[in-house]
Design a protein around this ligand. Sequence first.
Ligand code: GRG
Length: 296
Amino acid sequence: MNTQEKVSIQQLKETIDVALQRYLPSATTRPSELHSAMRYSACEGGKRVRALLLLICSSIYRQSEDPLPACVAIECVHAYSLIHDDLPTIDNSALRRNKPSCHIAFDEATALLAGDALLTEAFIILSTHYAHRPELGLYLTQILSTTSGSSGMIGGQKEDIDNEGQSIDSETLEYIHKNKTAKLIQAAILMGFAFAPKGDCPLSSNDREMLGYHIGMAFQYLDDLLDAQSNSSILGKPTGKDNDLEKLTSIKVYGLEATRKRINQHSDTALELLRKAQANTALIESYIESLRQRIN
Ligand code: GRG
């Protein structure tokens, strides 16, 4: 990524952070502890990968609608999933984004409710901010709800839990990675391109789906690799957790070297798909390249 691209990404991230502060209920609104917990988990920290992918894809064309409410909505769903994932009954993780997890900073009941409320808030935001463009609002709602529901992120999480301590099974691993992580990343891509003027989208619907799938798979393979090789001060969350929980990970199924190879294959395929597009995709290409090289 060149310096100008780095500055652009940083500026977009700051714009997303400001939008999160703006669209989430204020911490002084009753019940203030619940709203504080929502803001604690959604507004502070995080790489904003999903919102950035959405925003960069949407900015390939001059749009007539503001994509920021959609960016906030997808980050709300992501933050809810992290809060619930950290709960004692799921991964029992005390650290997230370099600070105490929501249930440690508040309490379990508040964390559970903050997660629920963030999920709900995502759809309040979409239905409110795109009410004047019902087709767009409905499409964004369909994408975000189906990718995060029982045939998407929650389905992947269920099989992730069910397969703790189970024997190596590459087909199940693919199901878990694809649903638990890649689906929400796919949502970011599909939602971003939905802001292109009608008939002007640079990629076919199948290519858009495949683009999201490949970015998402590369992202989760690297997550497995970092969990095995990095440390908690760099990642801002506990490491070695997959091993402790006897999770089915790509390291267990394929080993370190083949996992790195898969990260590169999925990233390369995503980049090839983008190069087919008759549009200026330089920023999204270089962001995908930076995701492949990320260290946290
Ligand atoms: C309903 C109790 C209950 C639990 C559901 C839906 C769910 C819990 C969990 C979703 C699965 C999940 C947490 C997937 C993790 C995917 C992943 C790689 C997360 C880390 O994303 P980053 O690195 O995090 O983008 P930051 O902090 O940078 O935003």
